[in-house]
Design a protein. Sequence first.
Lengths: 124, 513
Amino acid sequence: MAKILLVEDDKILQKMYQDKFGTTNYELVVASDGEEAIKMALEEKPNFILLDIMLPKVSGIQVLRTLKAEVETRHIPVAVFSVIPQDDPILEGSSEILKQIVGYYRKDESSPSEIVEKIKEYLK
Amino acid sequence: MNLSKKTAVLSFALLLPSFFLAIVVVIYLNEDSLSSNKLILFAELLTIAIVFASLVSACVWFVFKGAIITPIKEFVKIAKIINSGNLGAKVIYKSRDELGELADSFTGIITNLTRNVQGMANTLRDEKEKERELAANVSKLQEAQAKDEALLGNLGEGVVAIDETGKIFLFNKAASVLTGYTESEAIGKKYKEILKFEFEKEKELVPDFVYAVLNKITIKELLHIQIVTKWLTRVPVTHSTTMMTDANQKNFGAIVVLRNMTKERQLDKLKDEFVSIASHELRTPMTAIKGLISMIFEGDYGKIDPQMKEPLSDIASSTQRLIELVNDMLDVSRLEGGRIKYALANIKIADVVKEVLELMHPIAVQKRVELRFDQIHSPEQVQIDENKVKQILSNLIGNSMKFTDKGFIEVRFVVHDQQLILSVRDTGIGIKPEDQKKLFSKFQQVTSSQLGRPVGTGLGLYISREFAKKMGGDLWIANSLVGVGSVFSFSVPLSGTTLAKRVEADVMKSAEG
C-alpha cells in the first residue's frame, strides 16, 4: 500500500483528505507544518508527497529545497498542493526549485477525487 | 568796463576839446592883446560853445542812458534771472528800434527756451516714469523667477529641461538627488550622459524616449523603469516627457519629469503579499466547502436524501462563484500592476478547445444547449500561454452558457494573416449596441438586472481581453443581435510568425527576474 504524505496546516482540509483517502487503497499521513513535513518525510519514507506552499514555521518552498538536498528524500516525488496560482508573485525566485516537482495541483480547482486520480495516474 | 561808464567817458571826451579851446583862447588873448571887442565876442562865443558842448554832452548822456543803458541793464537783469533758473522772466521793452527788436528776439528766445526746457523736463519725467515702471517690472520678473526657481527647486519630482540639440539647460534639486549629478555637472551636458534608464527586471536599456519626444516619434508607454545614478545605483522611477513649444508651436526641446517610485514599489510588494495571503486565506475554506460537497455528492459520507441534492448543488455553485470572484480580483490586481507572467509555448489549438469543451459539457447537458466544434483534428499551432487561453475560452463559453437557453454554442477558428481568430457563437439573448462597449469595463454587467440570470464577477471579459492583448492578440464582440445571439472573437499569434517572435521577445523580457 502506497503511503502519501500530506503537508497541510488547515485542520478541516486535513480531515477532508483523510476521509477521502480512507476510501482508497492509500495510507495518508499528515504533517501540519514545514518542520514536521521534513521530519515525517525522513521517518515515514512516503511514496508521494502533497506539499502546501504557505505553511507555518518553514515554508513549502524551503521544505522542497531541504527534501531535494537530502539523499534520503530527494527521490520522493513531490507535487505542490496549494490554492496559490503557479504564477503568484509569492513564488518569485522559486522557479528553479519548482522544476523538481512532479505536478502543481490546485486544491481549490480539483475535487478530492480528482486529486486521488492524479496521484493514482502518477504512481501507476 | 560797463556801458554807462563808456557813455560818461564819451560825454567827457566831447566836453574836453571845448575846455581846451577856451584855455587856448584865454592864453592867446593875454599874449596878443586883441581888441577888447573882438575879445568880448570871442569870449561870448567861447562860453556859448562851452555851454553848448556841455549841453550836447548832457543830452548824449541822457539819450544813451535812456535808449541803451537802461534796456541793456534790463537785459542783463533778466539774463541773470534766467541764469538763476527762472524761465518765467520777461523783457518789457516796447520800443520799435533795434533794441526793441533785440528785446523781442530776447523774449522769443526765452519763450522758445522755456518751451524747450519744459519739453525736456516732460521728456525727462516720462523717462523717469518709464524707468520706474521698468524697475517695478524687473523686480516683479525677478520675484516671479525666484518663485519659479523655488517651485522647481522644491518640487518633489526631478525636472530636467533639454534643448532641441539634446543639451540639458535646467536641472532641479530633485533631479540632482535622483541622479547623483549636481546642477553644474548636468547643465550643458547631453542628456544621454546624465539620464540613463533601464527596465527594472531585465536590466535592459529602455528605448530613448527623450529622443522620441524631441523627434515627434510615438513610442509605447514604458512601465517599470529605473534610473542608473552617477554611483551606478538604481532608483525606480516613472517619467513624463513632453515637448516644449513656443507661441508659434516651434519645438524648442523637451522637459522630463521624473518621479522616485521606491516607496510605491515597496507598497506594491506589500500589496502583492497581502493579496497573496488574503486570497490564500479565502481560498482555503472555500476549498473545504467545495471539496466536502463534492464528497457528499459522490456518496463518501453515505447515501444522500434526494431532497438535499438541490440545496447542496446551490451551495456548490455559490462556492464556485466565490472562488471565481477571488481569482478574478486577484488577476485584476496583478494585471494592473503588470505582474502577471505568461508561459508561452507552441500548442495545437484544437486540443485546448477540446479540453475546455469537455469541462463545459456537463453544464451544456444540464442546460440542454448543444456545444459544437468542427475542427477537432485541425493542425494549427499557436503561440500561447495555454492556461490563459483556457481561461479566455472558459469565460466566453461560460458567458454564452449563462445567456443561452436553447440552440447551440459553437467554437470555430480561422487563420487570418499571422493570427488565428477563435470565435464563440451562441444563440442567446444578444446584446444591445449601446451596451456592447460597456462590456469590457471592470464590474460591468449589462444583463445582470435580468431575472433568473446567473451573475458573474463582471471582470471576466476585462481580464480575458487583457490576457489576449498580452499574448499578442485582442478580444472583441464580432457580432451581436438582440434575440438572435452573439459572436465573441479573440486572436492569438500563429506559431513561428514574426508576430509570435516579437511577442515572445516582449514576454521573455518581463518574465525574467
